[in-house]
Design a protein around this ligand. Structure first.
Ligand SMILES: [Zn+2]
Ligand SMILES: [Zn+2]
Length: 185
């Protein structure tokens, strides 16, 4: 280890870890100043801290109750189902112009519905919901595309047709979920 911040200058008295009281240490948490051994120290962006302080900081950030998280995700589900139905039907040009703003708006409304409280796993679950709703909202288009590919006569370029039908859906799912994630994170 090249850097060793928080090491107090040598004291006359021996000091011990607050948790492991038999382990001698001079390292102190830079937030609550308790002594901590290397096992208890967590390296953060702002220096070494004890585990308790790190957990407290995380809890402060992820404060959404279970109910708020469910409401937030319900908003994501409902709105992205609507967006997933409308936007891919406006072709690629619609997706390029609308999918990101739609995702930002969905994320913002979901955040407001939870009184701006964040949940630890909400952004990741939201990605899954946006992709799932894009599939649900376009299930008939996807089904038709698959049927077409299976029954297409020889000489018909199936790839072009599939790209035309499915690319707007896939691109919408990608852009919209990225925007929702960015807003909720
Ligand atoms: Zn601490
Ligand atoms: Zn310790």
């Amino acid at each position: 280890m090249t850097e060793a911040p928080n090491y107090a200058p040598p004291a006359d008295e021996k000091t011990f870890c607050a948790v492991h009281t038999d382990v001698e240490t001079a390292l102190r948490c830079n937030r609550c100043a308790r002594y901590m051994c290397p096992r208890c120290a967590v390296r953060t962006e702002v220096g070494y801290r004890c585990r308790q302080c790190v957990y407290q900081q995380q809890d402060k950030f992820f404060k959404a109750s279970q109910q708020e998280q469910i409401i937030s995700l319900a908003v994501v589900f409902g709105l992205s189902l609507v967006a997933g139905f409308i936007v891919p039907r406006l072709f690629l040009i619609g997706v390029l112009f609308l999918s990101l703003p739609a995702g930002v708006a969905i994320g913002e409304l979901a955040l407001r519905a939870a009184k701006r409280q964040r949940g630890r796993y909400v952004p990741q679950i939201a990605i899954g919901l946006v992709i799932l709703t894009a599939l649900i909202a376009n299930i008939s288009v996807i089904g038709d595309a698959i049927t077409f590919a299976q029954r297409a006569p020889r000489g018909v370029n199936v790839g072009t047709h599939l790209t035309q039908e499915l690319l707007p859906i896939g691109l919408h799912a990608a852009l919209c979920s990225a925007a929702v994630f960015g807003r909720l994170r």
